[in-house]
Design a protein around this ligand. Sequence first.
Ligand code: NAG
Ligand code: NAG
Ligand code: NAG
Ligand code: NAG
Length: 342
Amino acid sequence: MVIASLLLLLTATQSSASPSPRSASSPRSPNNALLKSSGCGSSPSWDFNSKNHHTRNTTVDDHERQYLIHLPNDYDVDTAYPVVLSFHGANGNSAGQEDASQLSYDRQRLADRRIIAVYPQGVKGAWESAPYAEADAHDSDIRFVSTILDELEDNLCLDRNRVYSSGFSNGGGFNNLLACTPSINKRVAAFGLASGAYYPAAHPGSSCKPGRKVPVLMTHGDGDPQVHYHGEHTNASSHSARLSRLPNISHFAKDWAERNGFERDGYKCTRMEGTDKVHIWTWGGDDDDDEDAVQVQRYRVLGMNHIWPTTIKGQQRKHEAAPFNLTEQVLLPFFEKYTLSL
Ligand SMILES: *[C@@H]1O[C@H](CO)[C@@H](O)[C@H](O)[C@H]1NC(C)=O
Ligand SMILES: *[C@@H]1O[C@H](CO)[C@@H](O)[C@H](O)[C@H]1NC(C)=O
Ligand SMILES: *[C@@H]1O[C@H](CO)[C@@H](O)[C@H](O)[C@H]1NC(C)=O
Ligand SMILES: *[C@@H]1O[C@H](CO)[C@@H](O)[C@H](O)[C@H]1NC(C)=O
């Protein structure tokens, strides 16, 4: 037991000693030991193509499901990589989310390591919690995520203490549901939500019972014409109107702050450096040893449309660009602060 812990510590030390651009700017180095998955030490049974992609087909509750995996270029069976899942928006797909999120870019790093990026595919382009999601997807999308985590652990070398999840729009709403679901949030260290559609079934309010303090970061444009920053205030009482209501993002963030043990108004408000278009509300400190450090962050981007924030336009980025790249400037540094201790 003692030897095993020592080995883990040694591995962690060696890994964080490898040079990387991020280590210079990182406010602290990760101190939790990494936890290698059972897939470490042997080459993956899955075939990866020349672009380091594999599309995995699996079965969940009699549904055929798919997810796209991107391995780091230098994938090594003895390095426990962090994992980031990223869920597409309504009518989207895995490839589009890979393009929009830039998570597969070679330059992305988390805790001085490259990452394994995973892009699950929703049934008919939608995720559980949206009123337009397949009725029989009920609960099966959450089981799909458990299956993905099981399969990744068994087949690849990853750091089980550093698994993270993110999503855009309907995929952001689904991520909120995942953050509220103890069977998932005990395996996922932190969550990132971009322009999320937090329908009632995504548990934006009091029905969210996460069972632990969950680090959550959300970004939302106040020019979003599809998922309004100030919510949808329909007073219609029809069934479909009730399923489609969306929260005021400010209240939504405060609900998370309260769940994590903060005062609703106990935030500090800052601006992103280099732009006056990004306002940031932060609950919780920066001290790793402090329970209260489990942060909630809300980014309001002035005038921004319904996008995964990035400074460039692309296939899935028809709208005007954002003043920052969410993935490398905000999301990965946020994730880096949090590890599970399984
Ligand atoms: C999974 O299914 C898709 C489409 O049905 C196919 O293109 C792909 O090659 C399959 N992947 C594997 C590993 O069999
Ligand atoms: C959303 O919440 C904020 C903060 O409480 C408030 O200032 C704003 O008026 C709310 N918007 C709507 C449309 O209720
Ligand atoms: C609900 O909306 C209708 C019209 O959209 C309006 O006439 C009515 O006053 C509203 N009721 C409440 C309680 O806000
Ligand atoms: C955002 O990412 C794009 C694509 O890699 C890059 O061209 C651009 O310089 C990045 N922007 C910033 C502000 O880092």
